[in-house]
Each structure stands twice: as structure tokens, then as C-alpha cells.
Design a protein around this ligand. Structure first.
Ligand SMILES: Cc1cc2nc3c(=O)[nH]c(=O)nc-3n(C[C@H](O)[C@H](O)[C@H](O)COP(=O)(O)O)c2cc1C
Length: 172
């Protein structure tokens, strides 16, 4: 798949089957995340953590659901890529860096035929629970700044308005 095809094909999945992604694909996806553009080249300000332990995933799902009782913010995904960060050498650039890293993760997954979704709710869930941050191995001073769930959809999801230009554009 070329890059533009992956950009076109990527879409959010909100119900995953139990089927796990392969270890090889996971390494390729994490590598892609680590190749992202990062402000000031401050790669040391971030850490990517792949979570596949069912108990830890359940704990993240439950912690994240506290803000929306009855929900399953992880959508049953068998893998969650967690991006942790401390303050960068360029203050306030952290979430922009996260977007770059995690978009690479999403596009690499799409290229490999793996379904995905960028998740924000899980960030609250993790950061609300210091014990969870410790279990995830966050270095001192790091917090979660974004996550991506990976796996295989258990039903078909369509990209909303895939044939339209979704963001207003002007050229001057
Ligand atoms: C930074 C960010 C955070 C998001 N957080 C969530 C989330 O917590 N839960 C969710 O269901 N979707 C989340 N999404 C997915 C968006 O809702 C989705 O990308 C958007 O509706 C466009 O659909 P598409 O991804 O299928 O193109 C998030 C997307 C981004 C970029």
C-alpha cells in the first residue's frame, strides 16, 4: 500500500475481535511511531508502550469508563499503544508531537491491514490512576498524552464522508 492509499483507507474502528496482532506487525508499527517528526528532535521526552496484557487493558478500560459509566472506551481492542511524555525542551509542543507519532502508528497499522482508533478517553483513565501509570512503567515526570488501539474489527466500519474533502481548504 502506498502512503496516500493508507491515508485514504485509515478509519476509526469501535468494536474489535479478540484476534491479536502479530509480534512482527507490532514492532513495525512501533518503529513507524518512532520515525515521526518530533519538535526539536526531543525524542527522549517521549516513551511508547505497547499494552497487550488483558488485565492491564481491563484496568485501563475500567479507569477510562469512570468518566462515562457503562462505556468501554477501549472497544475491546487487544492492543493499546500508549504514548507517555514529559515536558519537552520546547514547551507546549508535546501534544503536537503526539499527533505526529500516533498518526504514524495509525497509518502503519492501516498499511498492515490492522484496524485502529486514536483514543483520548483512555488518556484520562491512565492519568487519573497513579498505580496504572506505575504499572505501565512511566518514567518519573511522564504522563500519558495519547493512545491508539489496534486489532481487527469485529464488524465493518466506514470512514465518515470518505469521498469528501472533510476540512475546509482555501488556496491563496
Ligand atoms: C486526538 C484524537 C482523539 C480521539 N479520541 C477518541 C476517543 O476517545 N474515542 C473515540 O471513539 N474516538 C476518538 N477519536 C476518533 C475520532 O472521533 C475520529 O477520528 C473522527 O470521528 C473521524 O473518523 P475517522 O477516524 O473514521 O476518519 C479521536 C481522534 C483523535 C484524532
Amino acid at each position: 500500500m502506498n502512503t496516500l492509499d493508507a491515508i485514504k483507507a485509515r478509519h476509526s474502528t469501535r468494536a474489535f475481535s479478540d484476534k491479536q496482532i502479530s509480534a512482527e506487525d507490532l514492532q513495525t508499527i512501533l518503529y513507524a511511531g518512532g520515525q515521526a517528526a518530533v519538535g526539536g528532535g526531543d525524542f527522549k521526552s517521549m516513551k511508547l508502550i505497547a499494552v497487550q496484557d488483558p488485565e492491564v487493558l481491563k484496568a485501563i478500560d475500567e479507569a477510562s469508563a469512570k468518566r462515562r459509566p457503562g462505556s468501554h472506551p477501549l472497544y475491546g481492542a487487544p492492543t493499546l499503544v500508549v504514548l507517555a511524555s514529559k515536558q519537552s525542551i520546547l514547551p507546549n509542543i508535546e501534544f503536537t508531537n503526539a499527533g505526529c507519532v500516533l498518526e504514524n502508528v495509525l497509518l502503519a497499522a492501516t498499511d498492515l491491514g490492522i484496524d485502529s482508533i486514536y483514543l483520548w478517553m483512555t488518556m484520562y483513565g491512565i492519568n487519573d490512576e497513579p498505580a496504572l501509570m506505575e504499572r505501565l512503567g512511566f518514567p518519573e515526570g511522564f504522563t500519558c498524552i495519547g493512545t491508539v488501539a489496534l486489532g481487527y474489527a469485529d464488524r465493518e466500519f466506514k470512514k465518515p464522508k470518505a469521498d469528501e474533502m472533510r476540512i475546509e481548504v482555501s488556496c491563496i
